[in-house]
Write a protein that binds this ligand. Structure first.
Ligand code: TRP
Length: 343
């Protein structure tokens, strides 16, 4: 498989995931695969965003706490190497919260309410009129995450672009307050295939939609999900011509099957007629089973050793802590608030 990210070098990279559920195939094609490549020639940090996870789960905090180690296991199972990537836990980095408080004074409520991702999420999550302050302000905390590590490159899906725009606005404000360059702006690294659809073909794969294929899904769960995939509802008899566009089975084959030429020939066959959905689904099922088997096995081996996963997270958090504290120090200086240091 060709990789567009193999040429990216010497960047400070920060990515993060809310720890609100196990990671799924959408994460795998959208970001996890790239992180495995990026870790080779860049300074990469991955933040397990447990505090951000609480911004819409404060009433069910166990949804976050119970998923932290699952997410770490997901990372390691796909090949993210803790010797090359710093994996750290947001709630163990108090400098991030302090930076968030300073930035909060630089962002208006109207600006937060205009953030298109926040707006869409508020509508989807059914907060009604009672949006938690922490939720409305999470773009500020994400700006703190990104700038605390001095990230130059942030691999994200396109739904996160408004967060990076807000981050860069804050960076410019801080720099103009300081009258010099204290913080650097970041660039998004957009994944080409970040929009893996759900099996129903209507929504993007997500932790909350219920029918995602997780990295830890069992063979039977994978088969059931593939069988339920949306294809072409007008393709009733095998001999009939079928539509490839919007056919979830082909979208997944494009994303996962190693032999692109073979998939193109299948598409041609499907379009002309004579290729049934049972066959395309069987090919996809075999392909996904093959990819997910070693990941699932490694994941469950890792989860049987939670003390190792904790140790990875603790060591990474220790490295991250001193980085974020250095940035906090520089930001306090901008506001003239570094009078003394109690430690
Ligand atoms: N908002 C991201 C998500 O929904 C998670 C996240 C938190 C993040 N902090 C970040 C992503 C910093 C990139 C950089 O998954």
């Amino acid at each position: 498989m060709t990789n567009q990210h193999s040429k990216i070098q010497n960047q400070i990279i920060l990515t993060g995931d809310r720890a609100t559920g196990p990671l799924h195939l959408g994460h795998y094609v959208g970001s996890l695969r790239q992180r495995v490549t990026l870790q080779n020639y860049n300074d990469q940090t991955i933040l397990v965003a447990d505090m951000q996870g609480l911004t819409d789960n404060a009433n069910t905090p166990s949804k976050v706490s119970s998923n932290i180690l699952n997410v770490v296991a997901d990372y390691l199972a796909v090949g993210i190497d803790p010797a090359q990537t710093t994996i750290c836990l947001q709630s163990q980095l108090p400098a991030l919260s302090e930076i968030t408080m300073y930035y909060s004074n630089l962002v208006t409520i109207a600006r937060l309410e205009r953030n298109p991702t926040v707006k869409a999420e508020i509508n989807n999550k059914g907060f009604n009129r009672s949006v938690p302050a922490g939720f409305l302000t999470y773009p500020i905390s994400q700006a703190a995450d990104i700038t605390a590590f001095n990230a130059s490159l942030v691999p994200v899906g396109d739904d996160q672009l408004p967060m990076l725009e807000q981050t860069n606005e804050i960076v410019r404000k801080v720099n103009s307050l300081a009258g010099k360059k204290v913080l650097s702006e970041c660039q998004p690294l957009l994944s080409k295939s970040s929009r893996l659809p759900n099996t129903d073909g209507r929504t993007k794969m997500s932790k909350t939609m219920g029918n995602a294929i997780n990295l830890g899904s069992s063979p039977d769960e994978i088969t059931a999900a593939v069988k339920s995939m949306y294809t072409d509802p007008m393709h009733i008899n095998i001999k009939d011509p079928g539509k490839v566009e919007g056919n979830v089975v082909f979208t997944y084959l494009d994303a996962f099957h190693p032999d692109g030429a073979y998939i193109e020939s299948l598409k041609e066959h499907y379009r002309t007629g004579g290729l049934g959905d049972a066959t395309t689904k069987r090919i996809l099922d075999e392909c996904l089973q093959e990819i997910l088997k070693p990941i699932r096995q490694e994941r469950s081996r890792l989860l049987s050793e939670p003390s190792y996963l904790l140790q990875v997270l603790e060591q990474g958090s220790r490295i991250a802590k001193s980085k974020t504290e250095r940035t906090l120090h520089r930001i306090k200086e901008v506001f003239g608030l570094n009078l003394f240091n109690l430690e």
